[in-house]
Design a protein around this ligand. Sequence first.
Ligand SMILES: Cc1cc2nc3c(=O)[nH]c(=O)nc-3n(C[C@H](O)[C@H](O)[C@H](O)COP(=O)(O)OP(=O)(O)OC[C@H]3O[C@@H](n4cnc5c(N)ncnc54)[C@H](O)[C@@H]3O)c2cc1C
Length: 418
Amino acid sequence: MTNRRSLLIGGLAAPLAGCAGRGASPAARVVVIGGGFAGASAAGTLRQLAPEVDVTLIEPNPVYTACPFSNLVIAGERRLDAQQFSYQNLKAAGINLVQQRATDVDPATRQVVLENRQVIAYDKLIMAPGIDFQWTIPGLSAGNADRMPHAWRAGAQTVLLRDQLRGMRPGGTFVMSIPEAPYRCPPGPYERASLIAHYLKQHNPKAKVLLLDGKDQFSKMSLFRAAWTTLYGDMVEWQGAADGARVVEVDAGNRTLHTDFESVSADVASVIPPQRAAAIAERAGVADASGWCPIEPRTFASMLQDNVHVIGDAAIANAMPKSAFAANAQAKLCALQVVKALNSETPVTSKLINTCYSLAAPDYGISVAGVYAPGDRAWLDVEGAGGVSPLDADIAVRRAEAGYAEDWFTTITREVFG
Ligand SMILES: Cc1cc2nc3c(=O)[nH]c(=O)nc-3n(C[C@H](O)[C@H](O)[C@H](O)COP(=O)(O)OP(=O)(O)OC[C@H]3O[C@@H](n4cnc5c(N)ncnc54)[C@H](O)[C@@H]3O)c2cc1C
């Protein structure tokens, strides 16, 4: 009982009395698509809550490369392998690991088709495939993205952007294009700008960081802007949609970005494309016209297909940001609701918590925390709960928050991947 209870404390506010495991059919098959923060958490939680359930995790990559803290890799402050986690502990826990890409889902027959044409049947399916990019900016494509690395999926692009910054000419300009919401990790671009400025301040002090944003407000805006002035003087310049800064076209070959207002030449550029749920969500019929997946808030059950749940970045969780913290919290609640459904029990109603830490420098942390409640149609902010780091905190507080950020990453990756 202790283990089950403590397992859920991180993001789930409801107690677990009376849940899980009892009486679930020994033959019940739960399939999870995607082994990221959401899917791996869901698979592990299912295993712990209901060992009698047959849990299969479908993930094409043998190793998961985490995005949180990957901006430190770009800034040369961390190695990529510190971001990488194997699935072996999940396998050792008794989860069937299938190293394949799911290419189709048929909710009518409750079957998942894999790239190797194998078919896997399920009683309940949890989809956690994360995001795909929308190549809607004229001039930008999957084929030329290496010229302007988004690095919004950690791995090769992260290292590429790091190396392009290392090779940037003295006094050069780094330009980043930031999409309109929703996209994964709302504060991520601003953390990236900060850590790149930190790198440039040491290695290329006359360089500039220019942010071209598709919106006028962003997460922890006052805190980031104050930190940029304090830490980097006038090195970082942010322009929003009202300044005409939305990028409408790029010339990847020449590293030129065109906005409504002007054309900007970059020495190094990072263009973060607009996003949607990963392609398999559309194949499964769980994504709507927005490209994201509508869910019944309390259980994460798809609004569009029976016996399918969607969690993590792919889901429309309204007030909850698309973060690893939220993905992990959603996964634990969703796993519990799936076990309850298998046991023909009533779902619980639980609030969820999210905290997003960001680094304005490796030893300068800021955070925003929220508490969310499931309404009839949407996840809603709990007014008055949560909060944001104070604007006037001293450097000791910022240093402490950077430490909390690291502790959070260590804890969550240990919990999810073992
Ligand atoms: C630069 C950056 C910094 C970030 N920093 C933070 C942070 O500090 N804190 C925080 O909480 N969040 C942070 N995030 C956000 C966080 O990374 C995401 O919100 C989180 O990874 C979402 O988890 P997920 O499981 O939904 O998706 P993912 O982690 O993307 O996992 C999806 C998995 O599904 C698999 N998959 C996709 N399609 C298929 C298919 N067809 N078949 C089988 N498998 C499939 C993929 O291979 C992948 O492993 C950051 C993101 C970025 C880009």
